[in-house]
Every structure is written in structure tokens, then in C-alpha cells.
Design a protein around this ligand. Sequence first.
Ligand code: OAD
Length: 252
Amino acid sequence: MPGQIEPALLSELRGRLRDARRVFVLTGAGVSAESGVPTFRGGGNTAVWKGIPFDVISSAGMLARDLPAVWEWFDYRRKLLCELQPNPAHRTLALWQDKFAHFRLTTQNIDGLHAAAGSRDVLELHGNIWNARCTNCAERRSLKDESDEGEPEERPPICRSCGHAMRPDVVLFGELLPEGVFEQAATDAASCDLCFVVGTSSLVYPAMRLPEIASGTGAYTIEINPELTPFSGRCDVAIQGRAGEVLPQLEF
Ligand code: OAD
């Protein structure tokens, strides 16, 4: 059956999970695919919105040229997300957080579904779609609160501190990651015993470096993805299957 872990491997992985003290998990869009969130790549397709490739509409250049278009794209994505729920992969990872001396969940996703499943202290490498950030000062605002308060939506939202336009609090192509976030993830990756790489094409820098860091410092690395990626040949085990089907089998 696709996604069914072969018994010898299953018992090996359960043993490793029972013995592990420090676990590091990197997730990507594929972990949310079974919740209904479209991935960017995979299955031979690349995301396009209104004829614009996602890496153009989600870019620093587009933000500079057309902030309202960037808001429209992220508002569209937020609207899709409103209806969606965490899936068994998110829920399994939320259960793992209390089972190890140290557990770090790092995600490239901006959808907030790990937190919705109960995961705490998730390192969000690419920000969070539910937050806005001022283009001028450090002010941030939750867009969830905005809709809860029933305030009229202004686009772009205006910063209450300094009056400048706000932008989605996400990392766009051509931008750096939020300060310190990658460094924290790299520290955790470098000191883990077990590293899971779930639902990422392992193509986007710098997140793709994290499993390499874990592997380079001796961690046992496990990839979960229905498709092969550039990391598949370098990890200890590549399980070809869907995250929501594979992760719950790893009960230990
Ligand atoms: P991608 O869309 O590049 O890759 C998604 C991966 O998930 C593919 O390798 C799929 O095979 C896999 N996949 C699909 N369904 C799955 C399932 N049910 N279970 C497990 N895996 C599944 O997404 P990311 O690697 O997350 O950045 O992309 C990285 C970054 O590229 C994103 O964070 C985003 C994008 O540009 C920014 O927007 C800054």
C-alpha cells in the first residue's frame, strides 16, 4: 500500500524515536497539502495566480512596484486558509513536542496550521500570513484580531504607530529571513539526534541547508515525501508517502 511503512523499517524508526533525546523537524508545503493547502511545486506543476508565477507575485520587487497586488494575493490565500483545518501530520507533530528532552519544529509554511494543531514555539522561517508588519517601523498587527474585531479592512493596512503602509509579515523572494530565526533553527539542527524532513521540495535556500546541517553533525535523517527530492539520496531513509499517512504510523 502506498505510504505504508514496511514493518522492519517501522520498528527501526520507532526504536530511534524512543531513544532520541533531541529531535528536529523541518516541514514544507506538503505537510499542509492534505489539509487542502496547495503546494508551490510538486506533481509537475508550479503555482500561478492570475497568470503571474508565485515567485513573481511573492517577490520583493512586486512589493516595491505594487503593494496592493501583493495584498490581494495574500488576502486570497488567507481566505482559502480560513476554511482549512490541521491534518493528522500536524497533529502527530504536535503530540511529539512533549515526548523528547528537546524538540524543535521548524516550518517554511506561513499558514499557521502547526500552531492550530497545538504546536508551541514553532520556528516560522518564512513568517506568518496572519500577521501584518509596518514597512517603516517595527509595528506588527494580527490580521486574525482585525477580523475578530469586525473592523473594516483597509488595504494596505495603515500602521497605528507611524501611519505608514503595512505589508504581509512574510518573507518574499529576494528578502532575508527574519533575524535570528535561521540561526536558531541551524543550532537546533546541528545538535539533534533525529531529523525529519517532511513535505518540502528541498529546493529553497536557506531552509534546504538545515537537514544537511543535521546530517553533517551525525543525526539520522528521515525524509517523508511522495516524490523524490534533491535530499532523498542524501538522507538515511526516504519514505515515499503522504505526511498525514506516514507520520501517524510512527506511534512510539
Ligand atoms: P514546495 O511546493 O516546493 O514542495 C512541496 C513538496 O511537498 C513537494 O516535494 C511535494 O512532493 C511534497 N508533497 C506534496 N503532497 C505531500 C504530502 N501529502 N505529504 C508530504 N509531502 C507532500 O514547498 P516547500 O518546499 O515548502 O517560500 O517550498 C519552500 C518555499 O518555496 C515556500 O516556503 C515558499 C516557496 O517559495 C516563500 O514563499 C518564501
